[in-house]
Design a protein around this ligand. Structure first.
Ligand code: HSE
Length: 455
C-alpha cells in the first residue's frame, strides 16, 4: 500500500525531530502501522533552512495553506503553536477533510471544544499526545489503557522548566530568581519564561487531562493557576525538615459533594506549588523530567514518568499519533477513539469547582515578632475558623541585624512560624489568612502553600 502522506506545518525543534525519527525508524514504524508514513510536504517561513533539514525530495513551501489544499496530503501536523494562525490552520485542515496531529496544548485547552466539534462533524481525527507531558503517553493511558476505570484524581509534574528550577532551589539552596537565571543560561527556560513559571503551560495540560479523565469539556478559563515565582528557598528548606518536597503540580480531581458540610459535587482543576510527602515516587522526580500520577478505582495508583519536552521525546508522541491515525483513518467516525475519551453525546456537565470551594491542607509560614502571645493569637484565629492544626514548627529567633534596625523594621527578634493544617475549605483559609495578616506582630506577607498527601 502506498505510504500515508503527511504535511508538516512548522519545522522547528519538534518538527525536525519528527522528520528524523520517522526516517530513522521507518521500517519499524511501517511494520507497526501497516503502511509507510511519509512527510512529503513541509511549510515553514524559513524555506531554505527547512529544505536543508528535509532534503531535496520533500516539497517545502512558505504558505501553510498550500499543504492544506494539497489533495495528496492525508494528515496535517501542526507544530506552529499558540492560538493565532495555528487555530485558523487547524480549522481549515479539518474543513479540508484532513486528520490533524498537534502538540499545541494552549490551542486545545482554550479552543478544544470548537476544534473537536468541527473534527467530529467532518469525521476526522485530531490527535494530541504530544500536547501533554511531551513523550509520556499519558493521553493514550487515560483515554484507552485506563478506560475501564472511574478516574479519581490526577496529579502531575507537567512542566519541566519549573521542575528544573525547583530542583535547583532545593539542591543548592537558591532563591527563585537565581535559579531562573541559571535555567535560562542552560537553555531550560525561555527568555520570556512567563507561561512556564506562572503555571499557565501546566494549566493547559491539566485542563486537557481533566477533560479526558472526567468526560467534561475543556475549561481552561475555570482552572485555578498559581506559579512558582513567590517561592523562597526558606520554604523549600522548611518543607524538607517536615518530610515534604515542594513541586508545581497540575491537579484534577472528581469531588463528591457532602451536603452536611456544604460541599458541592464537581471537578477540581488547579495548578499551584504543592507540598508532597518526600517518600512518594513523584516527589523524587527531579530536573526537567515530567511525571503524572493517575488514581483509578480499579487500577489504584499508576505513575507515568519521562521527558516532557525536547525534540525526539516529543516526536515520539507525534509519531504515535500518526500511527494511530494511519491504522484508523479508514474507520468511520463512530469507530474512531473519541477525542476526549467519552462519546461526544455522553459528555458530563459536572462543574469545575471555584478554588474557594476546594478542600485541601496547607503549609503556612508567618514571619512574626518573637513576643509572648503571638502563637496563641495565630492559632486562635485558625481555631475560630474551624481549621485544625497538624504540626507547628518554630525556628529560633533571629538576631536583629543592624540593617533591619536601620531600615526601621521591627526592633524585636523575629522568627518564622510554620504551621501545617489538616484539610479545610480554601475560602475558610483565605479568611483566616486575612485575619492573621492583620495582626501587628505578623511582619511580612504570609506564605501559603497547599499540601497534598497523594495517598
Ligand atoms: N515548556 C514546557 C516545559 C514544555 O517546560 O515543560 C512544553 O510544554
Amino acid at each position: 500500500m502506498k505510504p500515508i502522506q503527511v504535511g508538516l506545518l512548522g519545522i522547528g525543534v519538534v518538527g525536525s525531530g519528527t522528520f528524523n525519527v520517522l526516517v530513522r525508524n521507518q521500517e519499524e514504524i511501517k511494520r507497526r502501522a501497516g503502511r509507510g508514513i511519509h512527510i512529503s510536504m513541509v511549510a515553514d517561513l524559513d524555506v531554505a533552512r527547512a529544505q536543508s533539514l528535509v532534503g531535496p525530495e520533500v516539497k517545502v513551501v512558505s504558505d501553510a495553506r498550500l499543504v492544506i489544499a494539497n489533495p495528496d496530503i492525508d494528515i496535517v501536523i501542526e507544530l506552529i503553536g499558540g492560538c493565532g494562525i495555528a487555530k485558523t490552520l487547524v480549522l481549515e485542515a479539518i474543513a479540508a477533510g484532513k486528520h490533524v496531529v498537534t502538540a499545541n496544548k494552549a490551542l486545545l485547552a482554550v479552543h478544544g471544544t470548537e476544534i473537536f466539534a468541527a473534527a467530529s462533524a467532518k469525521g476526522v481525527m485530531v490527535a494530541f499526545e504530544a500536547a501533554v507531558a511531551g513523550g509520556i503517553p499519558i493521553i493514550k493511558a487515560l483515554r484507552e489503557g485506563l478506560t475501564a476505570n472511574r478516574i479519581q484524581w490526577i496529579a502531575g509534574i507537567i512542566n519541566g522548566t519549573t521542575n528544573f528550577i525547583l530542583s535547583e532551589m532545593r539542591d543548592k539552596g537558591l532563591d527563585f530568581a537565581v535559579a531562573l537565571k541559571q535555567a535560562q543560561a542552560l537553555g531550560y527556560a525561555e527568555a520570556d519564561p512567563t507561561f512556564d513559571i506562572e503555571g499557565i503551560d501546566a494549566a493547559h495540560k491539566a485542563t486537557i487531562m481533566s477533560a479526558i479523565a472526567f468526560g467534561i469539556p475543556v475549561q481552561f478559563d475555570k482552572a485555578y493557576i498559581e506559579g512558582i515565582t513567590k517561592l523562597g528557598a526558606a520554604d523549600i528548606k522548611y518543607a524538607e525538615q517536615l518530610g515534604y518536597r515542594i513541586k508545581l503540580l497540575g491537579i484534577t480531581k472528581r469531588r463528591f459533594g457532602n451536603a452536611a458540610k456544604g460541599l458541592a459535587d464537581g471537578i477540581e482543576l488547579r495548578v499551584h506549588p504543592c507540598l508532597i510527602p518526600a517518600r512518594r515516587l513523584i516527589a523524587n522526580v527531579e530536573g526537567a523530567m515530567n511525571a503524572v500520577v493517575v488514581q483509578g478505582d480499579a487500577i489504584g495508583t499508576t505513575l507515568y514518568y519521562g521527558k516532557g519536552a525536547g525534540s525526539e521525546p516529543t516526536a515520539s508522541a507525534v509519531i504515535a499519533d500518526l500511527v494511530d491515525i494511519t491504522r484508523l483513518h479508514t474507520a468511520d467516525a463512530a469507530h474512531q477513539v473519541p477525542h476526549l475519551a467519552f462519546q461526544p453525546n455522553a459528555m458530563s456537565d459536572l462543574a469545575v469547582l471555584p478554588m474557594g470551594e476546594v478542600v485541601t491542607s496547607y503549609y503556612l509560614r508567618l514571619r512574626v515578632a518573637d513576643e509572648a502571645g503571638v502563637l496563641a493569637k495565630v492559632t486562635g484565629i485558625l481555631a475560630t475558623a474551624g481549621i485544625s492544626i497538624d504540626a507547628v514548627l518554630q525556628r529560633e529567633a533571629d538576631e536583629i541585624s543592624g540593617q533591619a534596625a536601620l531600615a526601621g523594621r521591627a526592633q524585636v527578634p523575629q522568627t518564622d512560624v510554620i504551621i501545617l493544617t489538616h484539610d479545610c475549605v480554601e475560602a475558610s483559609m483565605n479568611a483566616a489568612i486575612a485575619l492573621m495578616q492583620a495582626l501587628p506582630t505578623v511582619l511580612e506577607p504570609i506564605t501559603r502553600i497547599r499540601k497534598e498527601e497523594l495517598a
